[in-house]
Design a binder for this molecule. Sequence first.
Ligand SMILES: O=C(O)CCC(=O)C(=O)O
Ligand SMILES: [Fe+2]
Length: 372
Amino acid sequence: MSALIAGHLRRRSRGVAVLSGRSAILWCRGRKLWHRLRVSAGLELGRATGRDAPVVTPPRRWNTMQALPIIDLDGLSGGGAALDRIAGEIGAACRSIGFFYVRGHGVPERLIAAVFEQAAAFFALPVEQKAVIDMGLVGDNRGYVAMRGEALDPSRPPDLKEGFNLGFDPPDRPARNAFPDLPGFRGTMLAYFAEAQALGLRLHRAIARDLGIAEDFFEPLFDRPMSTLRLLHYPPQPPAAEAGQIGAGEHTDYGNLTLLMTDAVGGLEVRTRAGKWLAAPPIPGAYVVNIGDCLMRWTNDVYVSTPHRVVNRTGRERYSVPFFLDPNPDAPVAAIPSCVPVGAAPKYPPITARAHLTEKLDASYAHRRTRS
Ligand SMILES: O=C(O)CCC(=O)C(=O)O
Ligand SMILES: [Fe+2]
């Protein structure tokens, strides 16, 4: 088995595969790729249709991580060796735990702070004022979501959080966002949306490099995105909460990537493949990034979208700002060929990004369930 794999990799990657015991290290054109895998019967080799990066699907249960990896994005935009390093680190994280922190991301600190200030001001408004822009009235996954208005785990009681969503309004179309009447709110959110979208696309260049496809593969598929910026407010977990009711129920995210910024109050937990809940404590200034279901589907499950939840056990109010990077509505989400093992069929039929997202949202919002 080992010799066979090594030979195959050598042919495919024009590199060398060094197999020692149960691990493999792959080299390609003199650079060390990230692949360091436990070799078992579950290991499959991908079809190397892109440049020359072989894609290896790890077995489903090999993650024993104790903490999320931290990746420094310094130099990402310059390409070259920095891009190779970052692509390798991101690829390794995406195939294992599906979560990682990023530092050196380039989003201005002051803008992030302004977003949190505006979020606190918004959630402090009387509920009747927030209800004027309720998502049930605004539609399109935008507007205010009241406390207990969403169940990220639909099998459990609704989440102990309230939220506000905004999306992308193409300049040639009527605006669909609804903003509260707070000075500076709209401008701050739109500026942050643009920064987060750009960061998400920079990360996609590294992902494309890791997958052995053209670096700009994703770019035209994200120029009229369905991305959503959310502001979330979690009260402290009340002692009298219903059984199973927490801040955000266990779920996977729906899109390609989530870029999460939180305040200093912890509560995010990530489920490892071994079924353990791993705390993801805030690191000042760093994003928590995770893979969503859409990118998992696109990569034929080579990347994993990992379940996570929020339990605010701190006794303090918690604020967080997730940005969900989703493709254009009409983007075809079909298995990237380098992610499909030789001789196998893709695991999922192609779907448009809009159909994929609609399916997921319908399952989690009370107002969408009662309407249909
Ligand atoms: O608030 C957080 O830390 C995470 C929220 C989350 O997972 C989500 O909204 O999808
Ligand atoms: Fe999430």
